[in-house]
Ligand binder design. Structure first.
Ligand SMILES: [Zn+2]
Length: 289
């Protein structure tokens, strides 16, 4: 499932490719996404210009002129392809391969853009969705109104954190996964953040120290930014500083590492996997207390 860093990379790729282009036509090959898309909905953006693309939590927001916003959630397997005027296909993220021919049949929505270019929304499992809003409606819509602060924003700070967990008895994993508390952190990155913070996922929040709160905030930023940087560097035409390539998954330190040796120095324990609230949690019993 795409998490915040991937959605951020998709956003930046799309800004590089599709900004200021005008929607000429929209073809719906299969509108049966999480919410069905009808022809009369997509009509709203024909003739409009993509003026900006933003991310909020794991949502992408396309801002058109005339105060129209297209909201996209990638669900489990949603992805965007961009096709330039010479029919060259580009991917917008690092989680998938470009040259799988059979993927084409999952092209659900095709946006024909000015300059003979195309933006394709492809989704194998169809849990993603596309919705349209007026700019004035966006903050109050059901997807946004209960979202907590972004983990990379200044609102996700010590005072906010401390106040929120006061008198609560949930586990730290549960609260970090709660989108009302902080929006955009998913299972993979919560596992990673807790590993580097030395905190066991099952620890109750009333036992979390001030030092640990600061650590979680700091490491959330560091780990997400690193993932964005890495993700960006692995796709073409994406300006980043580092040049590493490869599967991002290889860079996880604890997620999916059940039975493997803990990567911390001077630790010979193996990573344990437990299931918490139906989600896999990975930790080192020696390094995480
Ligand atoms: Zn360890």
């Amino acid at each position: 499932m795409p998490e915040l860093p991937e959605v951020e990379v998709v956003k930046r790729s799309l800004i590089n490719k599709a900004l200021n282009l005008i929607v000429k036509a929209v073809n719906i090959n299969d509108g049966r996404l999480r919410y069905k898309i009808e022809k009369n909905q997509v009509k709203k953006i024909i003739g409009l210009k993509i003026e900006n693309i933003k991310r909020r939590s794991k949502y992408l927001l396309f801002f058109f002129n005339k105060n129209i916003i297209m909201l996209v959630h990638l669900g489990m397997t949603g992805k965007f392809f961009f096709i330039n005027e010479r029919n060259k296909k580009f991917k917008t993220s690092f989680y998938y391969n470009l040259n799988k021919k059979k993927d084409d049949k999952h092209d659900r929505i095709i946006f024909n853009l000015s300059g003979n270019q195309k933006l394709i929304y492809n989704d194998i499992r169809k849990f993603g969705f596309i919705k349209f809003f007026k700019k004035s409606e966006i903050k109050q819509n059901t997807h946004f109104k209960n979202l907590g602060p972004e983990p990379l924003s200044n609102q996700f700070n010590f005072n906010y954190f401390k106040k929120y967990i006061l008198n609560r008895k949930r586990t730290i994993k549960d609260i970090l996964m709660d989108q009302k508390f902080v929006s955009g952190l998913g299972n993979i990155y919560v596992n990673e953040i807790l590993f580097f913070s030395g905190i066991r996922p099952t620890k109750k929040v009333h036992k979390i120290s001030d030092r640990e709160i600061k650590m979680i905030i700091k490491l959330s930023r560091k780990i997400l930014l690193k993932a964005i940087r890495f993700g960006g560097s692995s796709i073409k035409d994406f300006s980043t500083t580092s040049g590493k390539k490869g599967l991002f998954q290889q860079h996880f330190s604890v997620y999916g590492k059940k039975g493997e040796k803990c990567s911390k120095k001077n630790c010979s324990n193996n990573i344990i996997k437990i299931v918490l609230a139906n989600r896999a949690s990975f930790y080192c019993a020696k390094c995480q207390k």
